[in-house]
Design a protein around this ligand. Structure first.
Ligand SMILES: [Zn+2]
Length: 745
């Protein structure tokens, strides 16, 4: 009897779910609700306007607007005013955070010749905002510790751990030196961290023209690339430990919050650090002797790159005002009508290092047009099923301050209510860029298929797929061709989704268009309206496309009968991660074994040129075998639950009865991937599948507990972490299985 009912139910659902010719099926929507959804979506798509995007950008980027500046507050209040004007329920939430700004900065060469670095970006004729020196933050790295040091200089390439291994083989020690690293290869905050771990006393970071200057193209104002005196500002806070206010880890920086003394804040650098231009770096690098830098360490300056150490000797001085500054987060809500306690949170930051037309204003204006579009729909009678929360963050640039403090202050509510967080941060011409939780991969593919690319007469999805095929290896190409969905990139850190995903375990997306226009104005005074309207999405068509794409994602997430998570792509991705990790161990194992053998054979002695220094590596302990069974067991349970869930969803009658109970449970599924005590040495990072790497910064490490233990050759920890990651996959499998069970009832 039960079976017969099931079969009949299946037939009815099959008929009901068969898409009408004019309305293809929408994941999570019944046929009727899909038809209505598509009608509202086409009304929405017509609303965002390119002229408005241009106007907003001109207004928001008219003056420098970093945290604590008058125009930062002014912008927040202007955005609030717009939200209210459009009829949204909006307010500003404040937090008070530690934000150092420079008081003294000096970089001088004292030997073998004297040279004083300019440390200044000159105004450019014709660029009307580049001369606002009075309001501009000088070029510096925020959260560098104060210091005054004089020491020999060493060139360390990108300054990542592998570079120091090469230096060791060259017989060059950085102990008690100032290192100079080029931008690239890692997030900037990793450079002073690794330098300090190797005993350096100071760190300079410069933009080499090879990656960011004339080697790439004409420089500003003739072209889009970084000019000789352009400097990349940026935070060097040790965000892989925890982002946000260094004084209030884990809690919102509200008025009454308990604050650490500054000298106990773990995320401030251990040595002073300053960013410089290639104009300022050139004389320093030219004065280095010692070994010639390896071929892949050389940049595009007209000199022979040497490593040092010395004879160049440098004086570096950094002193900041360690002030508390106020943050202005703009928060607006559209209340859901049926499941108002399930939230879709949407965010982009409004603060910038200087004028910030590209970062972040190009995407903040799209978010505003998107919010205006939804507010317009509300006036026409639309109301989402779930509550939508629009957030425009302050203090992203310094260390994800505004989003982290807000997420920490509202952690309990967010854990209970938030289903998805959708982030953007900068936009340009080109291809759709999609990163996020893999439970949203299928969903995001659906949105991309319904997003029109402004430059081609077909969907953004198709253009992205073809561009991936063009850029892939032969083996990868066939995989792309044979897979229904395009893969989402896993999220590390580097923007405001971090607290939502990594700390709270809320499924997240990070979206943008880009890839066609390069440029070298990142975090400089030249990232402004003039640059953007000459060298980027000059007609704002991609700004409009971003508003449309993300708006549709938000509408679907907030309106679907059943929250559109899918676990097939998630499970498939987890299988790849598990295989990668097993391979990582194998590679390490084989490498160390081989190197030990070569040391025994005398290979290093034989190839050493007696006229050059080559320090042979030392024999190492061969890695023990690890027990990957807990991960494999977790994966298998996940695979079984996924199959069961898929079947259950297919036989679920959408649009027949309210599914609010199921949706509330589904909103919690990503939470099962977290553990309350977090990752080794960094409890704030609770997600066990995605995290920024301890030594990559923004770059993601998937199943980070295990992966990093293997990378750091900590075999005992690797074994422990395998057990924990396996447990998390089992938790996920159990939660998905329970929901499937309820659907079957
Ligand atoms: Zn940004």
């Amino acid at each position: 009897m039960k079976n017969l009912a099931r079969i009949l139910a299946c037939c009815i659902v099959f008929l009901a779910a068969a898409p009408a010719a004019d309305s293809p099926a929408l994941q999570g929507f019944s046929t009727d609700s899909a038809t209505s959804e598509r009608a509202w979506e086409s009304k929405f798509k017509a609303i965002p306007g390119t002229e408005r995007l241009r106007e907003y950008m001109q207004r928001l980027s008219a003056r420098p607007h970093h945290v604590g500046s008058p125009y930062d507050k002014d912008n927040a209040e202007w955005i609030l005013g717009k939200f209210k004007e459009w009829g949204l329920d909006a307010q500003i939430e404040n937090f008070d955070v530690l934000f150092p700004t420079p008081r003294e900065r000096a970089v001088e060469m004292v030997e073998p010749a004297r040279f004083t670095a300019r440390l200044e970006e000159p105004a450019v004729t014709g660029d009307p905002t580049s001369n606002q020196q009075k309001e501009q933050l000088p070029s510096y790295n925020a959260y560098s510790i104060d210091g005054d040091v004089t020491a020999p200089l060493v060139y360390v390439n990108y300054g990542v751990p592998a570079d120091y291994e090469e230096l060791e083989q060259m017989g060059v020690s950085v102990k008690d030196t100032i290192v100079i690293a080029r931008y690239g290869g890692s997030w900037r905050g990793i450079k002073p961290k690794v330098a300090a771990e190797h005993g350096a006393v100071g760190c300079l970071i410069y933009s080499d023209p090879h990656e960011d200057g004339y080697f790439q193209g004409e420089v500003f104002p003739d072209g889009a690339w970084r000019p000789r005196d352009g400097v990349q500002r940026g935070s060097v806070m040790d965000m892989p430990i925890y982002p946000g206010d260094p004084l209030t880890p884990g809690v919102g920086a509200t008025e009454g919050a308990k604050r650490l003394p500054i000298n106990e804040a773990k995320t401030i650098t251990k040595i002073p650090v300053l960013p410089i231009s290639y104009g300022d770096a050139q004389p320093l690098l030219a004065a280095l002797k010692g070994p010639v830098a390896p071929a892949n360490w050389r940049g595009a300056l007209p000199l022979t790159y040497h490593v040092g150490r010395g004879p160049a000797k440098v004086h570096l001085k950094v002193k900041s005002n360690w002030d508390t500054k106020r943050l202005y987060d703009v928060i607006a809500r559209i209340r859901g009508k049926e499941e108002s306690d399930v939230w879709i949170v949407r965010g982009n930051h409004h603060d910038a290092w200087v004028n910030g037309a590209e970062d972040p204003v190009s995407a903040a204006v799209a978010e505003m047009e998107e919010a205006r579009g939804l507010a317009e729909l509300v006036k026409q009678g639309w109301q989402p099923k779930r509550t939508i929360v629009y957030c425009v963050w302050d203090g992203e640039e310094e260390g994800l301050l505004g989003s982290t403090e807000w997420a920490e202050a509202h952690a309990d509510e967010l854990r209970r209510h938030a289903a998805v967080y959708v982030n953007t941060d900068g936009n340009g011409r080109g291809f759709l860029q999609m990163g996020g939780s893999h439970s949203l991969e299928k969903f995001m593919n659906g949105v991309a298929k319904d997003s029109q690319d402004p430059e081609k007469d077909y969907p953004a999805w198709k253009r992205l797929r073809l561009s991936r095929i063009a850029n892939a290896s032969q083996e990868e190409r066939d995989k792309i061709r044979n897979r229904a969905d395009l893969r989402l990139g896993a999220l590390g850190s580097g923007s405001d989704y971090t607290a939502f995903l990594d700390h709270l375990g809320i499924a997240s997306l990070n979206l943008a268009y880009g890839g066609e226009d390069g440029g070298g104005i990142y975090h400089s005074i030249y990232d402004d309206f003039y640059w953007y309207t000459h060298f980027a999405d000059t007609d704002f068509r991609y700004g409009r496309a971003l508003a449309q794409t993300v708006g549709i994602a938000v509408m679907r997430l907030a309106g679907a009968d059943l929250l559109p998570y899918d676990f097939t792509d998630f499970t498939d991705t987890m299988q790849i991660y598990v295989e990668e990790i097993e391979k990582l161990w194998k590679t390490k194992h084989d490498e160390i074994k081989e190197r030990n053998k070569e040391i025994e054979e005398g290979v290093y002695v034989a190839i050493a040129d007696p006229k050059k220094t080559l320090v042979a590596p030392k024999a190492e302990e061969v890695p023990p075998f690890l027990n990957f069974a807990p991960l494999r067991n977790g994966l298998e349970k996940l695979q079984r639950s996924t199959v069961r869930y898929d079947k259950a969803v297919q036989s679920l009658a959408l649009g027949q009865k309210p599914l609010d109970d199921l949706n509330r449970k589904l909103a919690q599924v990503e939470r099962a991937l977290t553990l309350p005590d977090g990752l080794p040495g960094r409890p704030w990072f609770q997600h066990q599948i995605y995290a920024p790497g301890m030594y990559t910064g923004y770059g993601v490490k998937t199943i980070p507990g295990v992966r990093e233990a293997i990378e750091q050759k900590n075999w005992k920890q690797a074994d422990e972490q395998i057990v924990r990651a396996g447990k998390v996959l089992e938790n996920e499998a159990r939660v998905i299985g329970e929901i499937a069970g309820e659907m079957e009832r």
